[in-house]
Ligand binder design. Structure first.
Ligand SMILES: [Zn+2]
Length: 289
């Protein structure tokens, strides 16, 4: 549904040959093909459980991540685009026509954006450090053809933190989601915007992630019968990943006690945010709301 059949065969044969580097970041061992299938399939099980109303929300704790994988290329630790496959799977199997993907990983999900760039059935909303790897995700990337207006990028300057992310969610994501009326919300949950994750330079705290998850949980309750499915993307500080996943599950299960052992960031620099959010509101025609 997302990848070239030739690409999938190539990944399989690389594993059979004992593994190899697929790009400068992405290495495969003999078992990586199987792991990548389990990652994509694990998320499909999580989607199925929500769509069949066995649970309201679910979280696929999978590796490898997926949002950088394109139709025929592995990159940025990603082999198959788990979240894109899950969106197509949901559209194909559960009689729905609109899926919202929210991606708060610190990197732009170029593969996910590409998969749905011309598609009005999947709205892709991403916050990500910019300029940064993989280089895509500026505000003027809004989709094309039938998909124009169904890609919403919120590039974040290094140093922004909880307050900026929460405002991006409250002032851009919420009105965009209400306009789109999704029937399912998928979340590419990368915890690498945390201040203690040294791969990038954002200043989000565990409490900040919990606030973002609260917005998503409220949107799912309001718009799509609580159908909300998370999948793990990046996150390279293991204490952060553990605490952030726990905080996510606490919000989803209604526990108000959020544990934040790492505390708030001290290096937040909000400069430039007002101008950026104003520009995005203008592009989305949200200034009146
Ligand atoms: Zn990332």
């Amino acid at each position: 549904m997302v990848h070239d059949p030739d690409y999938i065969s190539r990944i399989k044969s690389v594993a059979e040959r004992g593994g190899d580097w697929l790009d400068p970041d992405t290495v495969m061992s003999p078992k990586s093909y199987k792991a990548a299938l389990y990652a994509a399939g694990g998320l499909l099980i999580a989607v199925e459980a929500v769509m069949k109303e066995e649970v309201n929300s679910s979280f696929a704790l999978v590796r490898p991540p997926g949002h950088h994988a394109t139709r025929n290329q592995a990159m940025g630790f990603c082999i198959f685009n788990n979240v894109a496959i899950a969106a197509k799977f949901a559209l194909a199997n559960f009689n729905i026509g609109r899926v919202l993907i929210v991606d708060f990983d610190v990197h732009h999900g170029n593969g996910t954006q590409e998969a749905f760039y011309n598609n009005s059935k999947v709205l892709y909303f991403s916050t990500h450090q910019y300029p940064f790897y993989p280089g895509t995700g500026w505000v003027d990337e809004v989709g094309s053809g039938e998909g124009e207006g169904y890609t919403v990028n919120f590039p974040m300057a290094a140093g922004w933190g909880d307050e900026e992310y929460l405002r991006a969610f409250n002032e851009i994501l919420i009105p965009v989601a209400r306009r789109f009326q999704p029937q399912l919300i998928l979340v590419s949950a990368g915890f690498d915007p945390h201040w203690a994750d040294t791969i990038a330079m954002m200043q989000v705290s565990i409490t900040g992630f919990a606030q973002m998850v609260t917005v998503l949980n409220n949107l799912a309750s309001e718009l799509c019968r609580k159908r909300l499915v998370f999948t793990l993307e990046g996150g390279y500080n293991l204490q952060v990943v553990a605490s952030a996943v726990r905080a996510t599950l606490d919000v989803l299960s209604g526990n108000p006690q959020i544990v934040d052992p790492l505390g708030k960031a001290t290096g937040r620099k909000p400069e430039g945010f007002e101008e950026r959010i104003k520009k995005i509101k203008q592009m989305q025609h949200l200034l009146q709301q």
